[in-house]
Design a protein around this ligand. Structure first.
Ligand SMILES: Cc1ncc(COP(=O)(O)O)c(C=O)c1O
Length: 408
């Protein structure tokens, strides 16, 4: 396998050449990633040349609408689904609230849903609130140590055949373990349940083929995936047509409009095509396919291979520290480079101490209050979180470990 051309990669992100960011190694990518140049270019072009109501029969408007359609078509193709199975909304959390309202009206008396206590609150709270309306909400619980979500523990929750929807994360934003989405979706499907997968923590490490995974709903946030501040939803046709329309009544016949009650942010939707530009360019630069799902798969493998090599030394270092409790698995193979550690002081204070060493990191609960509590970590001091992506340079990880050695 070709190795990642890290200099080329970093040249696609203007942040790395900003004078104000020199000497600053960025380790809060799970909060929000740097934006790639094609996204910035498309956003700038939309705001300067197409900032008119799109889809009208004059040139600027027609081009604006075409760029919005292009974003949906290219991202959907990369994720192995039909163009109208991909839609945009303001954020993953807001998208989930809309979906939960649809599910509330769709469930019949006596039916249930499953949520986990590994999820970020975005794929948990909106669903749990349905209990206030009489819907049975079952909790699939993690092991307290190391926060693993065991499919064997899901089986009894599905046994009576009442569950219609299983909501779970591709990867938790504090545990970091990559869940076996394909196996869990197959397990849910065999019990007659659909699945809603929070892919927010995973998507920055590679676009997945949602059809191949078998997820019925797959959610992620473009602003953590090198793009603009948008939530992206893949909603497969079967469930999308069953769930009641949440948009204007006259838009109900268009799948990608059914779960987006507000008008979309035109410029950001259009700019999201830049994420496809970037992933395709990444693949092509390294000799992979130039477009579509093949490019996504190739870029994904490149990114993950690079990340795993950088991740293992950090995990080894943190595992060896008595003053730190590493959350999640210690092996890079099955985890994303999102690494939380519980210390004997607030995570935010440790992050503040890292800043003078040129490390940008964060501390707190990261809206993962439920998983932290389940693992016996008090969300109030919370954790220090160190998260990176494929654009992180090996020297930055060395620098991070050096800084951690002084701070924790
Ligand atoms: C795993 C995970 N899911 C969901 C969200 C919520 O995403 P958004 O900010 O788009 O609502 C986040 C945000 O941090 C997250 O880390």
């Amino acid at each position: 396998m070709t190795s990642l051309d890290i200099d080329w990669v970093r040249a696609q992100f203007p942040a790395f050449s900003q004078a104000s960011l020199q000497g600053q190694a960025f380790f809060e990518n799970a909060g929000g990633s740097y934006t790639c140049q094609p996204v910035i270019d498309r956003l700038f072009r939309f705001y300067t040349e197409r900032k008119v109501q799109p889809y009208a029969p004059y040139e600027a408007s027609r081009l604006g609408g075409e760029e919005m359609d292009e974003a949906r078509a290219r991202l959907a193709a990369m994720m192995g689904v039909a163009t109208d199975e991909l839609s945009f909304g303001p954020s993953t959390t807001q998208n989930t609230y809309v979906l939960a309202q649809a599910v509330r009206r769709w469930l019949a008396e006596g039916e249930a849903i499953v949520v986990t206590n590994q999820d970020h609150e975005a794929n948990s709270g909106p669903w749990r609130r349905l209990a206030e309306e009489g819907i049975e909400v079952r909790e699939w619980q993690i092991d307290p140590e190391p926060g693993h979500l065991d499919p064997a523990a899901l089986a009894p929750l599905l046994a009576d055949g009442k569950v219609r929807l299983v909501c779970f994360p591709h990867c938790s934003n504090v545990v970091g373990e990559v869940n076996d989405v394909a196996a869990i979706c197959a397990q849910a499907q065999a019990a007659g349940a659909y699945t809603c997968v929070d892919g927010v923590s995973y998507a920055p490490h590679g676009f997945v083929d949602v059809a191949a995974l078998g997820a019925d709903i797959y959610l992620f946030s473009a602003y953590k995936t090198y793009g603009p501040h948008q939530g992206i939803m893949v909603i497969r046709r079967e469930i999308g047509e069953k769930l009641p329309n949440q948009g204007h009544f006259f838009n109900g016949g268009t799948l990608y409009k059914r779960f987006t009650p507000a008008g979309p942010d035109h410029a950001q939707v259009a700019a999201s095509a830049g994420m496809a530009d970037y992933m395709e360019a990444l693949s092509a630069h390294h000799g992979g396919p130039a477009s579509g799902a093949g490019a996504a798969r190739f870029a994904h493998a490149l990114m993950r291979d690079h990340e795993k090599v950088l991740l293992q030394p950090l995990l080894d270092y943190l595992s060896s520290k008595n003053s730190a409790r590493l959350i999640g698995p210690a092996n890079a193979e099955g985890r994303a480079p999102t690494v939380a550690v519980a210390l004997n002081r607030p995570g935010e204070a440790a992050a503040a101490d890292l800043a003078p060493h040129g490390i940008m990191a964060g501390g707190g609960d990261f809206y993962a209050v439920r998983p932290l509590t389940a693992m016996g970590v008090d969300p109030e001091p919370g954790v220090l979180r160190l998260s990176f992506t494929h654009y992180t340079h090996p020297d930055e990880v060395t620098k991070l470990i050096g800084a951690l050695d002084k701070v924790i």
